[in-house]
Design a protein. Structure first.
Length: 175
């Protein structure tokens, strides 16, 4: 049995040697190529570490969801911000009366600030301020809302409300 195994190894070694020797071109001159090889043009995918979310300045849980028509009733409960559906392909409006807590946080946000939102009507996560604008109380229309993922809204005076446009933080997109 040992002799047979040794003979088999010897035959395999000879076969490998013959194959290697016969595959050479016989000359020391490199073979001309019509272009770069696949190995020469291959590239590795870049691996990037996800960017951590910015520290949230405020953390809020959505109290309820509402349609635009019923939003005033839901806001009057003063239990926290509500998520208002204002139409397809429109940002979700997150509203809170100024005298129910909205004034304590929404106007204090600046461009680049972040908040964490959770609850019905929003995708849980960290949102980053992209735009800050103002509208006329009871006269601002849905078409006046910024083109962002969500818009925070609260009144800041008898005539004016603040509109804070925010996008959901994406860890793969640099700021």
């Amino acid at each position: 049995m040992k002799r047979m195994l040794a003979a088999l190894v010897a035959v395999a070694t000879v076969a490998l040697g013959v194959t290697l020797l016969s595959s050479g071109s016989g000359s020391d001159t490199p073979v001309a190529s019509s272009g770069p090889s696949a190995l020469q043009t291959a590239s590795l995918d870049q691996v990037s570490k996800p960017i951590p979310p910015p520290k949230a300045k405020f953390v809020r849980a959505i109290y309820a969801t509402s349609s635009l028509e019923r939003s005033e009733l839901m806001l009057d409960f003063c239990k926290g911000p509500i998520a208002v559906f204002v139409g397809d392909h429109r940002p979700r409006l997150i509203a809170e009366h100024d005298y129910c807590g909205g004034l304590a946080w929404i106007p204090k946000l600046g461009k680049g600030d972040a908040i964490k939102l959770s609850g019905d009507g929003v995708q849980d996560g960290t949102y980053v301020v992209k735009t800050i604008g103002h509208g006329v109380r009871n006269a601002t229309k849905v078409r006046d809302l910024p083109d962002t993922d969500i818009v925070l809204q609260t009144c800041v005076s008898h005539n004016t409300m603040v509109l804070v446009g925010m996008d959901l933080f994406d860890p793969t997109t640099p700021s």
